[in-house]
Design a protein around this ligand. Structure first.
Ligand SMILES: Nc1nc2c(c(=O)[nH]1)N[C@H]1C(S)=C(S)[C@@H](COP(=O)(O)OP(=O)(O)OC[C@H]3O[C@@H](n4cnc5c(=O)[nH]c(N)nc54)[C@H](O)[C@@H]3O)O[C@H]1N2
Ligand SMILES: Nc1nc2c(c(=O)[nH]1)N[C@H]1C(S)=C(S)[C@@H](COP(=O)(O)OP(=O)(O)OC[C@H]3O[C@@H](n4cnc5c(=O)[nH]c(N)nc54)[C@H](O)[C@@H]3O)O[C@H]1N2
Ligand code: SF4
Ligand SMILES: [Mo]
Length: 713
C-alpha cells in the first residue's frame, strides 16, 4: 500500500514543493508538486534523492560515544546527553565560559527546530559563537544592517516581473537562488528574456546562468566593488541617478557621489579586467530599463571588499529607483516574520580574543576558530559544539582547524553523519531524519521571490528512541542549566510553547497575514496545515518606509563603515599584474556543500572535484586536460585533475569546495570512495573582509603545476 505525502524540500534554499510516494518506511518516488505556488512542479536531482538520504545506512540513528580505545560505540540518549553536558560543563569550569566554542552550520537554517537553538546558546553563554554565515553571506547582512537597520532586511529581486536582471557572483541556474529563494531559477531567468527583458551576468566563469543570459562579462575575482563604484559614478556623470519615489526617504546621496568620484570606468578597467565602455553600457542599461534588479551573491561576498560590494548593489538599486518597486528589489512579507524573530545585527559589543575582530549579531568569524583554539592564554577555546556543520571542509585552512579540533579537550557534534569534522568528537548526537520531523521554512520564506507559506507534516513517524534537533538542544541546555526537566528549560526561555511547531503557529497568528493582525481575512496555522501545497500570498509588495528598522525610518547611504574602506578601494586600482592564478569556487546541481556525496544517485558521473583552468594558462604550465595537478597557495596544496576549459577567464582557476573525504574515521563510505580533495586546505584565513569578518575565499592566489613535473623536479 502506498501513500502520497506533500513535502517542502529542505535541502537548499529553494523550498521546492515535492510529492512523495511512500511505501512502508521507503520513499519510492519523488515528483515536483505542480500545485505549489512557488515551485510550480520543479524539483532538482537532490530533491529526487531526498528518500535516499533518509534511507542511507551511513546516516546515524543512535548517539555515538567515544571509547577509551578511541573508537565510537553506539549508546542510549540519556548516557550520551549526560556525557555531552558533563564534558562541556567540565571545560567551562576549568577554563571559563568562552572556552567552549559553538559552530552552527548551514543545515541549521533548514530546520525550524533551530528556533530552539537559543536555549543551548543561552545555557553555554560563550562569546565564541560562529556560523557558516561568516564564510558566506555576512557582507550582505552587514550592508542590510547599515542601510535598513536589520541584518535580515534583504531586498529580494522581483525575478518574475523584472525587465532587467544584473547578476554578479551568483549562479542561480545551479544554486536555485540564494538570499533569493527561486525554485527553477533557470526557467524564471529565461522567462525574463521571453517577455522582452534582458539578463546580464558578471562572473569570472561562463556559468550555467551566464549561458542563458543576454550578456556575460568576465571580471577579475575580488574586484566587484570597483566595477560597481564605476557604475555608480557613471550614473552621476551622465545624470542617470533617478531614485524617484525614494528621494524623500534616502539621505546623503551627494556624499556617495563624492566618495566614488575617483572610481571612473577608465580608472577601474585594468583592475577589473572590464573595459570602460562596457562598464558605462552596464550602467546605462540598468538606468534605461523600466524596472531592474541588481543581484549580487556569494561571488561578491567572498572578497576583502565584500561589504562594500554588497552595499554598492543596494546603492545601485536605490539610485535607479528600483528598491521597493515591483520589478525591482523588494522586501518580502512572510507569514512568520523572521526579521521580528531575530536580533538584527548589533556589532562590536566585544571582539574576538586573538584577532580582535568585532562580533556581529553575536558571532565571530569562523575562519578564526583555529586561532582561538591554538593560541594559549585566558579564554583559549578548549571545547566545541558543532550543529549541522562541517567546518573542516568549509572554512579556510580547514586542515589546520582539523588538527586544532583533534587536540581539544572535548567536542560534541549534533549531526546525522560521521564527518571530517566530528570524527574528532567525544559525543555525536544525531537528530531524527528530516523526513521524520515536520518542516517549516522559518528563514527562507523571508527571502523568496514570491510570498507563499507552506508547512509540511512528518513523512514518517520518528522512531520511539529518536530525538528531534530541538529536543537535543533543549535536553543539553536543561542539563547545563541544571533544570529538572525539559519543560522547565523551555519555559524559562520561551514561555508558553512546547515545541517549535507551536512557535510557528504563534508567529503566523501574530504575523502580517495572521488573524491577530487581520481579524477579517487573516490566516491561521491550521489554514496552512490544511493546504498541503501551501498558500499563495501573492507577488512581493512595496513595504517602505514601514519595514525599515533604522531609528529614523530613513535610509542613510553614507554609512561610516564604508568611508573606512575607500583607501582600500583606491589601493586596488594599482595592482600590478601577477603571474599567479586566482582561485574561485564552483557549485554543482547534484551536490550541496560537503554532505551530499554519499548518495550513488548524486555522485555518479565524471569526477567533479577538478581544477578548471583556461587553455592558455594550462598551456603555459604544460598542463593537459585530465592530468593530475597540484594547486598550491601559501596555506597548503591539494592534488586534483585539471579540467582545461575556456569557461574560466585567463588568470583564474576554479575548484569546488566540500570534497576531501579520504580521511580516517569518516562514516560516509560512498563519499570516502569518491573523495576529491578539500579546496579549503588551500584557502587562507588571513584574507577577510574587515567590515563583516567574512572570509575572502575568492582572493586566494595559487600556482598550479602538473604532478608529473613535480615528481621530476
Ligand atoms: N572554498 C569555499 N568554501 C566554502 C564555500 C565556497 O563556495 N567555497 N561556501 C561556503 C558556504 S556558502 C557555506 S553555507 C558553507 C557550508 O559550511 P557547513 O555548514 O560547515 O558545511 P556543510 O557541508 O553544509 O555541512 C553540513 C553538515 O550538517 C549535517 N546535516 C545535514 N542535515 C542535518 C540535520 O538535519 N541536522 C543536523 N544536526 N545536521 C545535519 C551534514 O551531515 C553535514 O555534516 O561552506 C562555505 N565554504
Ligand atoms: N546545487 C547546489 N545548490 C546550492 C548549493 C550547492 O552546494 N549546490 N549551496 C547552497 C548555498 S550554501 C549557497 S550559499 C548558495 C550559493 O548560491 P550562488 O551564489 O548562486 O552560488 P555559487 O555557485 O557559489 O555562485 C557564486 C558565483 O560567483 C562567481 N565568483 C567567484 N568569485 C567572484 C568574484 O569575485 N566576482 C564575481 N562577480 N563572481 C565571482 C563564481 O564563479 C560563481 O559562479 O547556493 C545554495 N544552493
Ligand atoms: S532545488 Fe533545492 S529545494 Fe528544490 S528540489 Fe533541489 S534541493 Fe530541493
Ligand atoms: Mo551557503
Amino acid at each position: 500500500m502506498s501513500r502520497t505525502v506533500h513535502r517542502t524540500c529542505h535541502l537548499c534554499e529553494a523550498m521546492c514543493g515535492l510529492v512523495l510516494e511512500v511505501e512502508g518506511d521507503q520513499v519510492v518516488k519523488v515528483t515536483g508538486d505542480v500545485d505549489d505556488p512557488l515551485s510550480e512542479g520543479y524539483l532538482c536531482p537532490k530533491g529526487t534523492a531526498i528518500g535516499d538520504l533518509h534511507a542511507d545506512p551511513d546516516r546515524r540513528r543512535q548517539p555515538l560515544l567515544r571509547q577509551p580505545d578511541g573508537s565510537f560505540e553506539p549508546t542510549d540518549w540519556e548516557t550520551a546527553l549526560d556525557a555531552a553536558a558533563a564534558g562541556l560543563k567540565g571545560v567551562q569550569e576549568r577554563h571559563g565560559k568562552d572556552a567552549v566554542a559553538i559552530y552552527l552550520g548551514n543545515p541549521s537554517v533548514h530546520s525550524h527546530g533551530s528556533l530552539f537553538l537559543p536555549l543551548l546558546l543561552k545555557s553555554l553563554e560563550t562569546r565564541n559563537l560562529t556560523t557558516a554565515s561568516t564564510v558566506d553571506q555576512r557582507p550582505q547582512e552587514m550592508a542590510a544592517w547599515m542601510l535598513y537597520g536589520h541584518s535580515q532586511l534583504l531586498p529580494i529581486p522581483d525575478l518574475d516581473r523584472t525587465d532587467h536582471l544584473l547578476i554578479l557572483g551568483a549562479n542561480p541556474a545551479v544554486s536555485n537562488g540564494s538570499l533569493m529563494t527561486a525554485p527553477n531559477a533557470k526557467a524564471r531567468i529565461k522567462r525574463i528574456r521571453e517577455r522582452g527583458g534582458t539578463v546580464t551576468v558578471i562572473d569570472p566563469r561562463r556559468t550555467e546562468t551566464a549561458r542563458i543570459a543576454d550578456e556575460h562579462v568576465f571580471i577579475r575575482p575580488g574586484t566587484d566593488a570597483l566595477l560597481l563604484s564605476a557604475m555608480v559614478t557613471t550614473l552621476f556623470e551622465e545624470g542617470l541617478d533617478r531614485p524617484g519615489d525614494l528621494t524623500d526617504l534616502v539621505d546623503n546621496i551627494d556624499q556617495v557621489a563624492a566618495w566614488l568620484a575617483p572610481f571612473t570606468p577608465e580608472r577601474v578597467a585594468d583592475a577589473t579586467g572590464i573595459d570602460a565602455e562596457t562598464i558605462r553600457r552596464l550602467a546605462r542599461n540598468l538606468a534605461a530599463a523600466p524596472t531592474a534588479a541588481v543581484y549580487g551573491r556569494l561571488g561578491i561576498c567572498l572578497a576583502r571588499t565584500g561589504t562594500v560590494a554588497s552595499w554598492l548593489v543596494n546603492v545601485l538599486n536605490i539610485l535607479t529607483g528600483n528598491l521597493d518597486r515591483p520589478g525591482g528589489v523588494l522586501f518580502t512579507t512572510p507569514a512568520l516574520d523572521f526579521v521580528g524573530l531575530t536580533g538584527g545585527g548589533r556589532r562590536d559589543r566585544w571582539r574576538s580574543r586573538v584577532n580582535d575582530s568585532p562580533e556581529f549579531s553575536g558571532e565571530i568569524p569562523a575562519a578564526e576558530l583555529a586561532d582561538e583554539m591554538l593560541t594559549p592564554g585566558e579564554g583559549q577555546v578548549r571545547g566545541l559544539v558543532v550543529n549541522a556543520g562541517n567546518p573542516v571542509l568549509s572554512t579556510p585552512n580547514g586542515k589546520r582547524l582539523d588538527g586544532a579540533i583533534a587536540d581539544l579537550e572535548f567536542m560534541v557534534s549534533i549531526d546525522i553523519y560521521v564527518t571530517e569534522t566530528n570524527r574528532h568528537a567525544d559525543v555525536i548526537l544525531p537528530p531524527v531524519s528530516a523526513l521524520e520531523r515536520s518542516h517549516y521554512d522559518h528563514a527562507f520564506h523571508n527571502l523568496a521571490v514570491r510570498n507563499t507559506v507552506n508547512w509540511s507534516p512528518p513523512v514518517f513517524e520518528a522512531p520511539a528512541d529518536g530525538r528531534h534537533d530541538w529536543e537535543i538542544f533543549a535536553d543539553l541546555a536543561m542539563r547545563i542549566f541544571g533544570d529538572p526537566d525539559r519543560a522547565t528549560t523551555i519555559a524559562r526561555r520561551f514561555g508558553d510553547v512546547a515545541n517549535p511547531d507551536e512557535l510557528v503557529a504563534n508567529g503566523i497568528a501574530f504575523g502580517p497575514w495572521g488573524t491577530a493582525t487581520r481579524p477579517e481575512d487573516g490566516i491561521t496555522f491550521e489554514d496552512v496545515v490544511a493546504a498541503p501545497s501551501g498558500i499563495d500570498l501573492g507577488p512581493l509588495q512595496p513595504r517602505l518606509p514601514e519595514r525599515l528598522r533604522t531609528p529614523a525610518k530613513r535610509i542613510d547611504l553614507a554609512s561610516p563603515a564604508i568611508a573606512t574602506q575607500l583607501d582600500t578601494l583606491a589601493a586596488m586600482l594599482d595592482v600590478a599584474p601577477v603571474d599567479e592564478l586566482v582561485l574561485i569556487g564552483r557549485r554543482h546541481l547534484r551536490s550541496n556543500n560537503s554532505w551530499m556525496h554519499n548518495q550513488e544517485r548524486l555522485i555518479k558521473g565524471r569526477d567533479r572535484c577538478t581544477c578548471m583552468i583556461h587553455p592558455a594558462d594550462a598551456e603555459a604550465r604544460g598542463i593537459t586536460d585530465g592530468q593530475q595537478v597540484e594547486v598550491r597557495s601559501s596555506t597548503g596544496a591539494i592534488v586534483v585533475p585539471a579540467e582545461v576549459s575556456d569557461e574560466v577567464m585567463p588568470g583564474v582557476v576554479s575548484v569546488p569546495h566540500g570534497w576531501g573525504h579520504d580521511v580516517d574515521g569518516v562514516g560516509w563510505k560512498t563519499a570516502a570512495a569518491n573523495p576529491g580533495a578539500s579546496v579549503n586546505d588551500v584557502t587562507d584565513p588571513s584574507l577577510f573582509d574587515p567590515l563583516s569578518g567574512n572570509a575572502a575565499l575568492s582572493e586566494v592566489r595559487v600556482e598550479v603545476r602538473p604532478v608529473a613535473a613535480l615528481a621530476t623536479a
